[in-house]
Design a protein around this ligand. Structure first.
Ligand SMILES: [Zn+2]
Length: 194
């Protein structure tokens, strides 16, 4: 009897040829025994290699921005209540001062929210709710400094009729202007198929 021919396929991570039965299937990728542990670890962290990043499109990102907007709007209302005695005083100097404080505190809250959530957990609550994550081009995590910088870059994206945001709908890697400025990408988190 003739031995069955061995089918050779290539590992998606290291590119080495292996008999197909020695490769494990992860979604549409084949992974060899040598790469399996490291690859499974990357999947658990929601970080697959750059070749497998699934960029999140404009509309799902828009939905995430709306969710975060609701949370920050509520925070803004609380801040306005704190300054209500000043804004209702009828004195122009106090009203202008209250407006300035509200603007400044709103910015500090926004930068802290964006900076801490994105650097610690990879996403704001709005993005987490929709399984989105902010990463570097290689899929790696975002530092606190970059996350805070990205908050201010978003203000630039929003200045002219949100054009900086809308750009995400036209870029091949779905980058908004603030992603281009900070060298970040927004991806869909891949759930480990284990
Ligand atoms: Zn391999």
């Amino acid at each position: 009897m003739e031995p069955a021919p061995i089918t050779v396929k290539y590992c998606s991570e290291c590119g080495q040829p292996w008999p197909v039965e020695e490769l494990a299937r992860f979604g549409d990728r084949l992974i060899c025994a040598n790469c399996k542990i490291a690859y499974a670890q990357k999947l658990r962290e929601g970080v697959a290699s750059a070749a497998t990043l699934i960029y999140a499109g404009f509309w799902i990102r828009f939905a995430a921005v709306l969710l975060d907007g609701i949370i920050l709007f509520v925070a803004g209302v609380v801040v306005q209540l704190l300054f209500a005695p000043m804004t209702r005083s009828g004195r122009m100097d106090l009203m202008l001062m209250a407006l300035g404080f509200e603007y400044l505190i709103g910015m500090i809250i926004g930068a802290t929210y964006e900076g801490l959530f994105v650097s610690r957990l990879g996403a704001t609550p709005g993005k987490m709710a929709l399984d989105l994550k902010v990463v570097r081009p290689d899929g790696g995590p975002i530092s606190l400094g970059r996350a805070v910088g990205r908050y201010f870059a978003k203000i630039v994206s929003g200045i002219i009729l949100m054009i900086g945001y809308i750009m995400a709908g036209f870029d091949s890697e779905k980058r908004a202007l603030h992603d281009m400025m900070c060298d970040t990408r927004v991806i869909k988190v891949s759930k480990p198929p284990l």
